[in-house]
Design a protein around this ligand. Structure first.
Ligand code: HEC
Length: 139
């Protein structure tokens, strides 16, 4: 009998009908519905999705971006990467001018420094902002 009711509930849910036969059926229906819930334009779930997309495209502040990618090498000096905060290591690089550093961060500096510092989602402006952050922290 229980199996039959379950089957019936599943069929009703799959066919998109609202089931409110009882607490157990409601719970089952809710659990099943979450998996493929449909977002209808103008409802709360659509706004929630839009908010998520906006947060996703805002890559975060330079410090956060730095920690996500550049820090892997620049915190410890992997492969000779100038360490964040190491004034002596940064001095000759800063002396080249900020534009040269922007170019290195965007195009890379073979063999050690990969293009975009491996922050493949970063825009050029975001990369420049990270370089500004690194330079400021290393003067
Ligand atoms: C895989 C390791 C690695 C990662 C990840 C990395 N770097 Fe580097 N970076 C290096 C190395 C090594 C150098 C030194 C290259 C050289 O002097 O030949 C360097 C040098 C630099 C320089 C100095 C360039 C110059 O012209 O002197 C800048 C600026 C820089 N990195 C920015 C970044 C930024 C911004 C990120 C993150 C978006 C990043 N790096 C991520 C390894 C890395």
């Amino acid at each position: 009998m229980n199996k039959l009711r379950l089957l019936l509930v599943s069929v009703l849910v799959v066919s998109g009908l609202t089931v409110s036969a009882g607490p157990v059926e409601d719970a089952i229906a809710q659990r099943i519905a979450r998996v493929g819930s449909v977002c209808v334009e103008g409802t709360d779930c659509v706004q929630a999705t839009a908010a998520l997309i906006v947060t996703g495209s805002e890559a975060g502040d330079p410090e956060t971006n730095y920690k996500k990618t550049c820090a892997t090498c620049h915190n410890t000096g992997v492969a000779g990467a100038p360490k964040l905060g190491d004034v002596a290591q940064w001095q000759p690089r800063i002396a080249k001018g900020i534009d040269a550093l922007y170019v290195s961060s965007i195009s890379g500096m073979p063999p050690g420094m990969p293009a975009k510092g491996m922050c493949f989602n970063c825009t050029d402006d975001e990369l420049k902002a990270i370089v500004d952050y690194m330079v400021e922290a290393s003067r």
